[in-house]
Design a protein around this ligand. Structure first.
Ligand SMILES: Cc1ncc(COP(=O)(O)O)c(C=O)c1O
Length: 299
């Protein structure tokens, strides 16, 4: 499959929300990455990671990719691998969304489920399993979403230019959900390189250790991390919001019922984070956020 016409297959629409915070004098823009072909922002990341490996010759056409993923990157990698005739093994934990696994299988991926270790650190266990599989299959590669510069680069090259173009180059605040922090880093690099004064807000989960938080149980995939990934060392947001699970759900419901956008937990966390910061937001501010994925698999 390849793109025809002027639109890139990764371009997503941006909408201006009218009812989410209607009593506040702010403008709110949402970038609908839930409309990506694989259903999330990770479509961009997967494309960037695979393209880079193919260009470097580390991954051969017809080769094999092994990646640890909580769902969305796996779905995107599975889809992109199917298009390119690459074999894909998704290493997932027991928390992984059932429908995410079914979707990856539908694209032809092999699913490798890692049981939760005694210390409860699922992310570390998945990474150990990836290393094991790479040793077992010479020539196989991992896309290393936790450390590869091609992860943030996807958002530096595509997400941010699209978002800024859609909002006439002026956003006072940008809210991004964090796990590998790749999306946040790409946005951060773009904003700083373009001397934007946009306040960058990282939205994390309570129980995530990403920004000095205390480790605790997290039931929703896609938001937060149990260990600090390599990329996160470069993350330098202006504000960090840690959100409780119940408030992620509340945020999702509010977005669905006021704007008709049924988004996943990380986007629900963003809606709550905006709400929490509203008392400090100046009237007339322009706020942007990413709708990272769809809420349907979470139902
Ligand atoms: C739904 C969702 N939101 C946000 C994120 C965070 O993205 P990143 O890994 O770039 O920090 C992810 C990552 O998997 C995700 O799946």
């Amino acid at each position: 499959m390849y793109s025809v016409g002027t639109l890139s297959p990764f371009q997503s629409p941006t909408v201006k929300l009218q009812r989410l915070f209607e009593s506040h004098e702010i403008e709110v823009f949402a970038k609908l990455d839930l409309l990506q072909l694989s259903g999330s922002t990770k479509e961009r990341t997967a494309n960037s990671l695979i393209e880079s490996l193919l260009k470097a010759g580390t991954l051969e056409p017809g080769g094999m990719i092994v990646e640890s993923t909580s769902g969305n990157l796996g779905i995107a990698l599975a889809r992109q691998s199917a298009v390119r005739g690459i074999r894909f093994v998704a290493v997932v934990d027991e928390n992984a969304n059932r429908s995410a696994i079914d979707i990856m299988r539908a694209y032809g991926a092999v699913i490798d489920v890692v049981t939760t270790p005694a210390d409860g650190n699922k992310l570390a266990a998945r990474r150990r399993r990836v290393q094991h599989l790479l040793t077992e299959h010479p020539g196989a590669v991992t896309t290393n979403q936790y450390g590869s510069p091609d992860n943030p680069d996807a958002h530096f090259r595509t997400t941010m230019p699209e978002f800024m173009e859609a909002t006439d180059g002026r956003l006072d605040m940008l809210f991004v959900a964090t796990s590998t922090t790749g999306t946040l880093l790409g946005c951060q690099r773009y904003l700083r390189q373009h001397h934007q004064e946009t306040t960058l807000v990282a939205v994390d989960a309570v129980g995530s250790v990403l920004f000095g938080g205390e480790s605790g149980p997290r039931r929703f995939p896609g938001l937060g991390a149990g260990i600090v990934p390599e990329l996160a060392l470069q993350a330098d947001p202006d504000v960090v919001c840690q959100i409780e699970e119940i408030d992620m759900v509340r945020g999702c419901r509010k977005l669905a019922r006021r704007e008709g956008i049924l988004a996943g937990a990380s986007t629900g966390a963003i809606v709550t984070a905006i709400e929490q910061l509203l008392p400090q937001v100046q009237a007339g501010s322009r706020i942007g956020f990413l709708v990272h994925d769809s809420g349907v698999p979470y139902l």
